[in-house]
Ligand binder design. Structure first.
Ligand SMILES: [Zn+2]
Length: 113
């Protein structure tokens, strides 16, 4: 389950930020997860709860936003959005689609207390 490793890196990122901000604890963490990232938001929330115990992020609310996958359609010659890998272009229905983004996960924002 790679969500565990992702959750661990999220906790270390937010602890780092909180320390630099001179905060005692993290109350809210907002994540952006690309639709093409193969990360299960529910599994990630569960993993975050588990790995944050004893850290500054213990008990923090994890808010996960899914961002659409970005791709380039070679037929339309324009950027498009897709829900998952292997999806056709929503404009022309073609498959000459090259993924350009939406596989990443990032900490968008956080609140400290
Ligand atoms: Zn197209």
């Amino acid at each position: 389950m790679h969500e565990m490793a992702i959750a661990e890196s999220v906790v270390s990122i937010v602890e780092d930020h909180a320390r630099k901000a001179g905060a005692a604890r993290v109350t809210v963490v907002r994540l952006e997860i690309g639709a093409l990232s193969h990360v299960e938001p529910q599994a990630l929330s569960f993993a975050f709860e588990a790995v944050s115990i004893g850290s500054m992020a213990e008990g923090a609310t994890l808010e996960i936003a899914r961002t659409p996958g970005q791709a380039w359609c070679h037929d339309c010659m324009k950027p498009i959005e897709i829900d998952r890998l292997g999806s056709p272009c929503p404009s022309c229905g073609g498959y000459k689609v090259q993924v350009t983004g939406g596989e990443e996960m990032r900490v968008k924002d956080m609140e400290v207390g």
